[in-house]
Design a binder for this molecule. Structure first.
Ligand SMILES: [Cu+2]
Length: 462
């Protein structure tokens, strides 16, 4: 019999192997038994090459930008020993995970410089999906992510209907640099600072999992599963692989019930998409994944080049002869509908420029109070002329409709874009984990300026 101590040691070795995996390459390693996974993450300054021929002062998780891709399984009990070796307070927010509030890494649980914190949670059945992790300290989230603190997190299911299909992680991020290679933040009061405050900070250098315009290799006939994460501060991606239909199979909280064939996908800030790419081209050919123009802007600050498509990566076919494509399932899993008849509370949340319900974030105020176990319908209204993406911490929700148009298929989400002068309705059940939870705009500059509120979920007194 393996001792508990030895089990933990083995788990921590397994986690170390996982944490050293090359970002952008996913390793499937699925077994049935629940396990404890223990790993260490350290945030610290580093000097790395992000641009060819230049060195940049960054903030890095375990010395890497982006941070290591973390892989877990449903049922895992996860213990992450976090050390903050930055010169400022920080947290790690496990974006999209349904876990206890003390481990959410919200601004309420800042880890001071030199401090440590253990994030402890269990990944529940049904939680398989693509997530990411990033800092979430008060007012400094945009700065710390721009300095390099972000990484992908994958939760796998033992009964994944797409198991065995080769995977790629595409962590989309853009940044701006000074001529000397340092990350470019505008000086306060400058015109650029004003534009950033309005639009959110965008950059002219586009990264896919830390690389500029990478080449992914594919064999004719092959099917690949791409897990795409929008880790940009403000840029929204309208993704298309020219000449291809993508099979859209999942979003923030995992797989849909069925694959959906699409020509393009709009991925707002913090959102994830899982797609299957079918290599229908000839050996030796190539295709380009592009971000097509998407007008999320107010006219007065819309960038001059907003309508220029941006190339993200090259898909290069090998010269090998085609393989027979694998058979793809018609059905992926059940996504049971949350029942609108069970909703006991309806709320309206109003987004205006930089404000939620007319006010800025106050760490000492509770803006919404909900009962544990309640099912609620939230309408998020955007009353201004630019898009604001809504994110709720801790709970996956289902989108009911956008501008009154019913959502075409059911999915679990933790973020949803609220278009200019638009509204969305979501349904959510606060089934577990009482505590204080953030909801906010995920344009990082807006969030840092206070476009955030606090939801307190409280157990019902008996
Ligand atoms: Cu916003």
């Amino acid at each position: 019999m393996v001792s508990r101590r030895r089990q933990r040691r083995l788990a921590s070795i397994a986690a170390l192997i996982v944490s050293l995996s090359v970002p952008g390459v996913a390793f499937a390693q699925v077994a049935a038994a629940p396990r404890t996974v223990e790993l260490t993450l350290t945030a610290a300054p580093a000097r790395l090459s992000l641009l060819p021929g230049k060195l940049t002062d960054v903030y890095a998780f375990n010395g890497q930008v982006p941070g290591p891709t973390l892989e877990f399984r449903e049922g895992d009990h996860v213990v992450i020993h976090f050390h903050n070796d930055l010169p400022e307070a920080t947290t790690i927010h496990w974006h999209g995970l349904h876990i206890p509030a003390r481990s959410d890494g919200s601004p309420l649980n800042a880890v001071p410089p030199g401090g440590s914190y253990d994030y402890v949670f269990t990944l529940l059945p049904g939680s398989a999906g693509t997530y990411w992790y990033h800092p979430h300290p008060d007012r400094r989230t945009g700065y710390q992510i721009a300095k390099g603190l972000y990484g992908a997190l994958i939760v796998r299911a033992a009964d994944d209907p797409l198991a065995g299909i080769p995977e790629r992680v595409l962590l989309l991020s853009d940044n701006r640099f000074r001529p000397d290679g340092e990350v470019d933040f505008p000086s306060p009061e400058s015109p650029q600072a004003e534009i950033d405050e309005e639009n959110g900070r965008e950059g002219d250098v586009q990264f896919v999992t830390g690389r500029i315009m990478p080449t992914l290799s594919i064999r004719s006939g092959e099917v690949q599963r791409w897990r795409i994460i929008n880790a940009s501060a403000a840029r929204v991606y309208r993704l298309a692989l020219e000449g291809y239909e993508l099979l859209y199979v999942g979003t923030d909280g995992g797989l849909f019930e069925r694959p959906v064939g699409v020509k393009e996908i709009v991925l707002a800030n913090s959102e994830r998409a899982e797609v299957l790419v079918r290599a229908t081209g000839a050996p030796g050919s190539r295709a380009v994944l592009r971000a097509l123009p998407y007008d999320r802007y107010a006219p007065q600050t819309r960038p001059a080049d907003w309508s220029v498509p941006r190339d993200l990566l090259t898909l290069q076919y090998t010269d090998e002869p085609p393989v027979t494509p694998v058979a793809l399932p018609d059905r992926l899993r059940d996504v049971p509908a949350l029942d609108t008849a069970q909703a006991t509370v309806r709320r309206t949340i109003v987004f205006s420029q930089g404000l939620i319900d007319g006010r800025k974030m106050d760490m000492h105020r509770v803006d919404q109070r909900a009962r544990l176990g309640a099912t609620e319908i939230w309408q998020i209204e955007n009353v201004v002329g630019m898009d604001h993406p809504f994110h709720l911490h801790g709970f996956q929700f289902q989108v009911l409709d956008r501008n009154g148009v019913p959502e075409p298929f059911r999915a679990w989400s933790d973020g949803i874009n609220v278009p200019k002068h638009g509204r969305v309705r979501i349904i959510v059940r606060f089934d577990d984990y009482p505590g204080k939870w953030m909801y906010h705009c995920h344009i990082l500059d807006h969030e840092d300026e206070g476009m955030m509120g606090i939801l307190q979920v409280t157990p019902t007194r008996r």
